[in-house]
Design a protein around this ligand. Structure first.
Ligand code: PSU
Ligand code: MN
Length: 301
């Protein structure tokens, strides 16, 4: 038996077969500083409600898998120290041991699927890190997309990653990567990149139909919807390139490895851009939430 608890709001949406959008919690605990993390989580939930769907923020709290958090739980999680960052490898162990942990993209997909939720919004997925040819640091998010049937709306992979290698791996794993409304792949804080998107769709209903078609064909796994940050909120890639390079060099000097890499890089880029990276991150997550609500709506109708 999985100790799983639905918030009253999510339970009501489930009972009425209404559209639900899953949200992760690692972005709250490891991706943004307090209090902007909690403020953003609330704004994102409100964006989903405005879009006619119900938000379900997912986390493990004291050994229970929560699908939907109350406002108090959200605030507590946003301030908590030493929260585990859970992925496929350690989520079950955390629940079994009565622990508390935030869910990454991989863990949130697993939980969403258990809860019957088909659409999930986040900022950016994990991927192949620069230098992966020596570190082997490739996010479990990629393999999760290959096996768990959840459509994930993100602003592409995070620009701290090796984007070419990340999209090569997704292609190898058979994950559809669909750019929303443009031909090139977005690059998280920047709306476009030099990389051509393998697929493009311009409306939520098409994304919903493609999700259903994969299931009908017995194809495992989800879809990555690469939704560009609104142009007015983006940071040009040329501005960010030296900052990302500096953060990467510092991570290397300080021996930052494994799960600590992504939080370290996001934190340093926040400092080096004097908060501009966080402002853009908030804008892109909200934009992803709005599209995810539309996709969930089209799947529910
Ligand atoms: N999107 C954001 N900020 C984040 C993340 C996503 O805007 O911090 C988190 C997600 O939980 C994602 C994780 O799964 O970063 C990737 O971590 P890693 O590279 O260690 O797999
Ligand atoms: Mn990693």
């Amino acid at each position: 038996m999985i100790p799983i608890q639905y918030s009253p709001e999510v339970q009501a949406a489930k009972d009425a077969s209404k559209a639900i959008v899953a949200l992760e919690s690692t972005i709250i605990t490891h991706g943004m500083p307090y209090p902007q993390n909690v403020e953003t989580a609330r704004l994102v939930e409100a964006d989903i409600r405005d879009g006619g769907a119900t938000p379900a923020t997912i986390a493990v709290l004291a050994g229970t898998l929560h699908i939907g958090l109350t406002d108090a739980q959200l605030d507590q999680l946003g301030q908590a120290q030493d929260v585990a960052k859970l992925s496929r490898a350690d989520m079950a162990a955390c629940i079994a041991m009565g622990g508390t942990g935030a869910t990454t993209v991989a863990a949130t997909m697993i939980a969403a699927h258990l809860a019957g939720i088909e659409v999930f919004a986040t900022g950016g997925i994990g991927g192949v890190h620069k230098g992966a040819e020596t570190t082997f640091d490739i996010s479990a998010d990629l393999h999760e997309l290959a096996q768990t049937p959840v459509t994930v709306v993100a602003a592409g992979a995070k620009a701290i990653l090796d984007l070419e290698k990340t999209y090569e791996v997704l292609e190898t794993l058979g994950v559809p990567v669909i750019a929303y409304g443009q031909d090139s792949l977005p690059a998280f804080w920047s709306a476009t990149s030099a990389l051509q998107a393998p697929l493009r769709m311009d409306d939520a209903a098409s994304i919903g139909r493609a999700h259903r078609m994969r299931a009908a064909m017995g194809l495992p796994g989800g879809q990555l919807i690469a939704n560009p940050i609104p142009a007015e909120a983006q940071i040009p890639a040329e501005t960010l390139a030296p900052i990302i390079a500096q953060a990467l060099a510092e991570a290397d000097d300080q021996g930052i490895a494994a799960k600590a890499v992504t939080p370290f890089l996001l934190g340093r880029i926040f400092e080096l851009t004097e908060g501009a990276s966080l402002t853009a991150n908030i804008a892109l997550v909200r934009n992803n939430a709005r599209l995810a609500a539309q996709i969930a709506g089209s799947l529910a109708s």
